[in-house]
Design a protein around this ligand. Structure first.
Ligand SMILES: *Cc1c(COP(=O)(O)O)cnc(C)c1O
Length: 400
């Protein structure tokens, strides 16, 4: 296989990967329309008479994309989670069950409203929340579950829905990484009670910043809309604030970028799927590398991340990553278990008055020794890039 790059051999990949973000004349045109319209914000502003505001158009298109009836745009994916929990009726002091293998916002967004995250361990082979561990943690204080579709792979929504229904819990989908994904043919985001998406720079649909909440429930839609619009009600007065809310609105500029980006989504998704499949084929059977399992009910994986596991006796995960990076493969170590995050533990203590420690042995072991990932823009590169990535990873794996 040749000498490792870290030992002075030639790297497997020396040319850059696909650039991110991708834009063109369409985004320029849409942004110019907003600029010239005079209507720049999500509320108020004097629009020219022939201007059709982009936020409602974008929300409609986004809802359609995810097979949801309603969508509410919001400043970011973190706030989207807080608002979704509030819209579903959770109150400060209530508990919500979340996975530990996720971005910190899944838990911090709950804590922002005094809702207490309780950590249910993940499945060994998928790194997704384990529904049976969720059920085992339910108490009288539990009021909700957040299913995180990590990497763009939908969690087991069928089982989680059953559990939520049986115990009368709200089911929220943190779909920040999963725009375009589907479970049993249905777009994720409105399979549970509410879903939340992120439009932050790294995400597969990018407006720099931004978020979307989806639902099929009219009351939840109205609650969410109202919370994001300082407690106003749809078609109500400007100074009529019937609920407690904040200003969480996105701008027309962001909506313009999303409208443009949505026209590119399908092509980008197919490319990622095709390259992920190729990478699966090239890496399968490689000693030291183990691919994740994919539930056949996942009818579309969004591949925000390409995750896999290392399975090496003496090798340390960080050593493998250093060697892969030297090969020109931007392999990343991934998350640190959220159940061990000090700021989460301390903020939980601030609200509850008690120190709560959750053990998630599967997640902790996988984070320490096994789980690694490549980010989505690698999968937008050409076939040659994918072959070189696989070659680099195999070189490193075989060196142990
Ligand atoms: C990115 C992300 C968020 C937060 O979204 P922001 O738009 O960055 O606030 C929440 N959950 C997950 C799983 C994410 O990946």
């Amino acid at each position: 296989m040749g000498k490792l790059a870290i030992d002075g051999g030639s790297p497997a990949r020396t040319t850059p990967f696909a650039t991110w973000p991708v834009y063109g004349d369409l985004e320029m045109q849409l942004l110019k329309e907003v600029l010239e319209s005079g209507k720049w914000g999500g509320a108020g502003g004097a629009a020219k008479s022939n201007y059709e505001p982009k936020l409602p158009q974008m929300e409609r298109k986004f809802a359609e994309l995810q097979n949801a009836q309603y969508a509410v745009s919001v400043v970011n994916g973190t706030v989207a989670i807080t608002v979704a929990l509030q819209a579903a009726g959770l109150k400060p002091g209530d508990e919500v069950i979340v996975p530990p293998y996720t971005f910190i916002a899944t838990a911090s967004a709950a804590l922002a409203y005094g809702i207490i995250p309780v950590f249910a361990d993940i499945e060994e082979d998928t790194l997704l929340i384990d529904p049976e561990k969720v059920e085992a943690l339910i108490t009288a204080r539990t009021k909700g579950i957040i299913a995180v579709h990590i990497a763009g792979a939908p969690a087991n929504m069928t089982r989680l829905k059953e559990i939520a229904a049986k115990h009368g819990l709200a089911l929220i989908e943190d779909a920040a990484q999963a725009v375009g994904a589907s479970w049993e043919g249905q777009g994720i985001g409105a399979i549970g009670d509410l879903g939340t998406f992120s439009l932050q720079s790294s995400k597969n649909l990018n407006a720099g910043e931004g978020g979307i909440i989806t639902t099929n429930n009219r009351d939840y839609w109205e609650n969410a809309w109202s919370i994001c619009n300082v407690g106003r009600v749809p078609n109500g007065g400007w100074y009529q604030h019937d609920r407690f809310g904040q200003n969480y609105r996105m701008s027309e500029f962001q909506a313009a970028v999303v409208m443009g980006q949505m026209t590119r989504l399908e092509e980008q998704m197919s490319k990622r799927e095709q390259n992920a499949k190729l990478l699966d084929e090239l890496l399968s059977g490689t000693k030291g590398i183990r691919l994740l399992k994919q539930d056949p009910r996942i009818t579309r994986h969004a591949y925000h991340l390409y995750m896999f596991k290392l399975d090496l006796e003496q090798a340390e995960k960080n050593d493998f990553i250093r060697k892969a990076n030297a090969e020109g493969v931007p392999l990343a170590a991934g998350y640190i278990p959220l159940n061990r995050n000090q700021s989460i533990i301390e903020t939980t203590k601030m609200w509850t008055g008690e120190e709560r420690v959750y053990d998630c042995p599967v997640c902790e072991r996988l984070c320490e020794k096994e789980a690694v990932w490549l980010t989505q823009h690698i999968l937008l590169s050409d076939e040659q890039a994918i072959r070189e990535v696989a070659h680099g990873l195999q070189k490193v794996a075989q060196s142990y």
